[in-house]
Design a protein around this ligand. Structure first.
Ligand code: PLP
Length: 402
């Protein structure tokens, strides 16, 4: 049995949708897992006589369609679009929704690659931007109202937020921010990569566009790069669908298949990632070498109550700042064995990252720069005692402990 996207799928639970949406068995053979469709083109019965609507692989592909249906069902959207990377998804979506002269207000701790795309690539094509602290709604309202006027630019079209943010783990009130954006006639874009659709559904909270780097939790196994856009407004869907087709930064069939396979287990993985991170964060908080633990699951986190309200759990990402400064952070980053020092996040294996020289090197020296005593942990699904023992060994080598 299969659950069609539009009717019964929406009424079932998250994990049921994750497993079944877009995954109807193959009718000819009964194969429970639909085959991966590699064909770039489709036979026509006479000119224009398409058998099932499929014509050419840049426009549509059954394996990509299946992933898009699954993504829409899990984010509570009416349409999803899959791309070759998170940044390709962002680029196509921004091109669909803005014009030269328009302005974007984004978080002052936005993902470095997003800021680089908006400021250095799209900026050259006349898109202005203002980075602000998204947790300060008055500052956001002011920046949105001013738009690009200071530099001769135009109206703010997009307000762009990550919550939790990367790597500062700030929490922003999505519902309140949607009201600020809508009051000014702008759209709210939420990069939901850190939370994943299992923990947070921005469209239900009033956001207009959800962005994912599916490379992270959605793919979940560090073996595929991809991105997605999800919306629930038919007009936005039409604009984004047109650019997806016209620009062609789409995911290939194998990438779409791997992403779908990962997404089926998102719920069980996110429960484990979140439980492991909660235990690791509580353990870190007790360590004398640690200056601050940035994790929304800690009652001491300034966004804790808000995160409880808009998220199901607190996710697998933790940032830690050390009393021993840059030297201590670098030493820890280079002395673990279960946590692997690597870019990226959201896979089943635990990763550690030194943002100021790795993921966020592109914003060094700008107002988005990350503190040099900070490391970011992506807690995997390994046994939590092993994660803690690994960190214990790494921290024990530091000065500044008791
Ligand atoms: C990784 C990431 C992106 C970019 O996605 P790619 O798949 O690397 O292109 C965007 N936003 C966030 C929050 C990310 O972590």
């Amino acid at each position: 049995m299969s659950l069609p996207e539009s009717s019964s799928a929406k009424k079932t639970g998250f994990n049921t949708r994750a497993v079944h949406a877009g995954q109807a068995f193959e009718p000819r053979t009964g194969a429970v897992v639909p085959p991966v469709h590699f064909s770039s083109t489709y036979a026509q019965d006479g000119i224009g006589g398409l058998r099932a609507g499929y014509e050419y692989g840049r426009g549509t592909n059954p394996t990509r369609d299946a992933l898009q249906e699954q993504l829409a069902a899990l984010e509570g959207g009416t349409a999803a679009f899959s791309f070759s990377s998170g940044l390709a998804a962002e680029d196509s979506m921004i091109r669909a929704l803005t014009r030269p002269g328009d302005h974007i207000v984004l978080g002052n701790d936005a993902y470095g690659g997003t800021y680089r795309l908006i400021s250095r690539v799209l900026g050259e094509w006349g898109i202005g931007n203002t980075p602000v602290d998204m947790s300060d709604l008055d500052a956001v309202a002011k920046a949105v109202a001013a738009g690009g006027s200071a530099s001769g630019g135009g109206k703010t079209r997009l307000v762009w937020v990550e919550t939790p943010s990367n790597p500062m783990m700030k929490i922003t009130d999505i519902e309140a921010l949607a009201a600020v954006a809508h009051d000014a006639g702008a759209l709210l874009v939420v990069d939901n990569t850190f939370a994943s659709p299992y923990l947070q559904n921005p469209l239900a909270l009033g956001a207009d566009v959800v962005v994912h780097s599916t490379t992270k939790y959605i793919g979940g196994h560090s073996d595929v790069v991809g991105g997605a856009i999800v919306v629930n407004d038919p007009e936005l869907a039409e604009k984004i669908g047109f650019v997806q087709f016209a620009v062609g930064a789409v995911s290939g069939p194998m990438d779409a298949f791997l992403t779908t396979r990962g997404l089926k287990t998102l719920g069980v993985r996110m429960d484990r990632h979140s439980d492991n991170a909660q235990a690791v964060a509580e353990w870190l908080l007790e360590r004398p070498e640690v200056e601050a633990v940035l994790y929304p699951g800690l009652p001491s986190h300034p966004g804790h109550e808000l995160a409880r309200k808009q998220m199901k759990k607190f996710g697998g990402m933790i940032s830690v700042q050390f009393k021993g400064g840059e030297a201590a952070a670098r030493k820890v980053a280079e002395s673990t064995s279960v946590f692997t020092l690597a870019e990226s996040l959201g896979g089943i294996e635990s990763l550690m990252n030194y943002p100021s020289e790795m993921t966020h090197a592109s914003v060094k020296g700008t107002e988005l720069a990350v503190p040099v005593n900070l490391i970011r942990l992506s807690c995997g699904i390994e046994d939590v005692e092993d994660l803690i023992a690994d960190l214990d060994a790494a921290l024990s080598g530091l000065d500044g402990g008791s």
